[in-house]
Design a protein around this ligand. Structure first.
Ligand SMILES: [Zn+2]
Ligand SMILES: [Zn+2]
Length: 117
């Protein structure tokens, strides 16, 4: 059971299907507790059709339930990205800062990846 997030915050925005990896939610829970401000999940699990509809990359971590796009209510995407990296186990995360759109993509994977777009 996670403290700050409900599982339906992570289901597919088009069909309500799917679920995300509990590890992903556990990491977000720790980051949420540290920050003390709401984290809005704008995209979690995506079915294949929804991933196509939103222009997601093929084999997106979203389609495996291993990714979430997050808007921090305080707007500080850079500190959010840093905290996600520091809380995730070593070499297990992808962090992409979408600076123009004001959100952070976070995924759990088997190597470390980060980028600012
Ligand atoms: Zn869907
Ligand atoms: Zn994403």
């Amino acid at each position: 059971m996670h403290k700050y997030f409900k599982s339906d915050e992570f289901t597919c925005k088009c069909c309500g299907g799917g679920e995300v990896d509990p590890l992903l939610v556990s990491i977000l829970d720790v980051v949420r507790a540290r920050r003390g401000c709401a984290l809005i999940i704008t995209s979690g699990f995506r079915c294949n059709q929804h991933n196509i509809d939103v222009g997601g990359v093929t084999n997106s971590y979203h389609t495996n339930g291993q990714a979430a796009d997050i808007v921090p209510s305080d707007g500080d995407i850079y500190s959010l990205a840093g905290e996600l990296r520091s809380v995730a186990p070593a070499n297990t995360c992808g962090v992409i800062i979408y600076s123009a759109d004001g959100f952070v993509h976070f995924d759990i994977r088997s190597y470390e990846y980060s980028e600012i777009r």
